[in-house]
Design a protein around this ligand. Structure first.
Ligand code: FE2
Length: 335
């Protein structure tokens, strides 16, 4: 059982930690293509900023080529302690972040604990702010109450994963999308922890325990403040020779206009504009058919890419996905 009171609305996606060996490519991708502010920390660590928060992306040198941790900004100490109580009650091992870990993330009061698919979940109360002005190509990003965007994860255990975010953060179901990609029927569950339509999307192949994606995170999303920045960054991604995954299009459920580029680590990066904001008083979950109203066409996807996905899917059959049943309640079956 989740301990009352609810922390819904006090939790915001704050930062992501990415492990990579490809620092030069990531710098070009993040700063020169996407248009974020870049800060080098030392030979093994660099960061990107979107706003006055010191760190929105921490890149650390390592072999994963993946998102390895998700940081959640919790508004107040009471809510932080609620989440901490749930984690402690579950009996799973958790850690107070060290001073060095907190400093790298630009936060205070850091707690780290296991999450689904081996993605460490982290909570913090106070982000450190920079007075140094942003030096970036984009005009601005939407963060604030909505948090900084979202993370989309493929899974063979959608019920447990949804249960995890409901149990730990009081995440609510916003809606579903049914989609067919490369012949596979997918069901995507969109979860929110505040006014943002979704901070987590959970995608699962229907009727088969197959995970077609090599990385733990299929894509992440950041929201630009002005439509112009979707077009300009799309152009830069293209001109700098990075791979585009999906062309500009508009989603059926949150109505966000966006495109998807492929990061130097291989997972995708969505740049979006103007998603709807949820009104808790009137919102009712529904199911949409297909992810897009228009656009979002695969760009230059080759038969090799498709085969690579089938290979990853076949390999996933032989692997047991990491779950955290102690923090997943009894799992939440679909409504
Ligand atoms: Fe997305």
């Amino acid at each position: 059982m989740t301990t009352a009171p609810s922390v819904f609305g006090t939790v915001h996606l704050g930062y992501l930690v990415i492990e990579t060996q490809r620092f030069a490519d990531w710098r070009r991708f993040g700063a020169d293509a996407i248009g974020m502010h870049h800060d080098a920390l030392d030979i093994d660590r660099m960061r990107f900023r979107l706003d006055d928060q010191e760190c929105r992306f921490l890149l650390v040198r390592g072999p994963a080529e993946d998102v390895v941790a998700v940081g959640w900004h919790v508004d107040d100490h009471a809510s932080f302690e609620q989440v901490e109580t749930r984690v402690r009650a579950s009996g799973i091992p958790y850690k107070q972040g060290t001073e060095q870990e907190a400093a790298a993330r630009g936060v205070e009061r850091l707690l780290r604990f296991p999450g689904p698919k081996g993605i460490t979940q982290e909570i913090y109360t106070t982000p450190k702010l920079k007075t140094e002005p942003l030096n970036m190509l984009a005009r601005g990003f939407v963060t604030g109450e909505s948090g900084m965007g979202h993370v989309a994860i493929t899974t063979t255990k959608p019920t447990l994963m949804r249960g995890y975010f409901a149990h730990v953060f009081d995440a609510r179901l916003t809606d579903y999308i049914d989609e067919t990609i490369n012949g596979a029927k997918l069901k995507i569950r969109f979860l929110r922890v505040n006014e943002r339509h979704h901070s987590i999307a959970i995608a699962a192949v229907k009727g088969a325990p197959i995970d077609p994606i090599r990385t733990r995170v299929q894509h992440l999303n950041i929201q630009v403040a002005e439509l112009d920045d979707v077009a300009r960054s799309y152009q830069r991604v293209h001109e700098l020779g990075f791979t585009m995954a999906l062309s500009v299009g508009q989603h059926t459920n949150d109505k966000e206009l966006s495109y998807y580029a492929v990061t130097p680590s291989g997972f995708e990066w969505e740049v979006g504009w103007n998603p709807i904001v949820i009104d808790e008083a009137t919102w009712e979950p529904s199911t949409h058919q297909g992810i897009s109203v228009w656009g979002h066409k695969p760009v230059g996807q080759t038969i090799i890419d498709v085969l690579a996905q089938f290979k990853a899917g076949a390999l996933s059959l032989a692997q047991t996905e990491k779950t955290v049943p102690q923090l997943s309640g009894t799992g939440i079956p679909d409504d």
